[in-house]
Write a protein that binds this ligand. Structure first.
Ligand code: TYD
Length: 213
């Protein structure tokens, strides 16, 4: 098939990219999106927090998280996701597109759970959100992730990224057992991680994998 031609999939597909900060998941999302687009697959990329009004309020919290309670913070993430699901995710899935989403409700369970929210309650608050077909959970030791954030990106740590809380977040991600989770070792060069991502897509989503050749 001409690679420029758009392949029509039998259904939409939501793939989420999850894990602690500094695992390189955003780079992997971009690489997978480029790969899919190169094979003519209909792909949409997006992320949470979004650029919408609630997402912007969340970003303003990055520098001073103590201005709000955990409950208020949780509510903002849920409102942001509702808007995201209604405006972008559901319509794109209805149009049989592949949606690659950088963070989704597993992040809420892990991050707000690390702040003390009840994990089951957070999961139930997300009942409105379409279940992903695949969650790629990128794994990396929190100490290495922090080193990457500060050394490679040259960033200062924001309030979401402090080592102690990142450790707690990491443990919650490690203990999640949703059937759609596949774990990816991020402690290797980006091209090797990408190869693992492709292998995982091939084995878990064969109707997409068969288009990648
Ligand atoms: P991040 O992916 O780092 O966004 P950006 O690259 O735009 O800075 O996400 C920002 C932070 O938000 C990250 O530390 C995780 C946190 N977060 C939550 O605490 N709960 C959530 O539900 C989501 C989606 C993100």
């Amino acid at each position: 098939m001409n690679k420029q031609e758009k392949i029509v999939l039998p259904k939409g597909c939501l793939i989420i990219f999850e894990g602690i900060d500094g695992t390189g998941k955003s780079t992997q999302l971009r690489l997978l999106a480029e790969c899919f687009a190169g094979f003519g697959l209909p792909v949409v990329t997006t992320r949470e927090p979004t650029e919408g009004k609630y997402g912007q309020q969340i970003r303003a919290l990055y520098q001073n998280r103590h201005d709000v309670t955990m409950e208020e913070e949780l509510e903002l993430f849920i409102k942001d996701r509702r808007e995201h699901v209604d405006r972008l995710i559901k319509p794109a899935l209805e149009q049989k597109k592949i949606v690659l989403c950088d963070r989704y409700y597993l992040s809420t369970i892990a991050y707000q759970g690390a702040l003390g929210a009840d994990l089951g309650a957070v999961e139930r608050m997300n009942d409105f959100a379409p279940t992903p077909e695949l969650a790629l959970v990128f794994q990396l030791e929190p100490a290495i992730a922090i080193k990457r954030i500060t050394e490679k990106r040259g960033d200062l740590l924001n309030d979401f990224e402090q080592l102690c809380s990142l450790n707690k977040v990491s443990v919650i991600f490690d203990n999640m057992d949703f059937p759609f989770i596949q774990r990816i070792d991020s402690n290797q060069p980006a091209d090797r991680v990408h190869a693992d991502v492709i292998k995982t897509v091939n084995s878990t989503l064969p109707y997409i994998g068969k288009c990648l050749c």
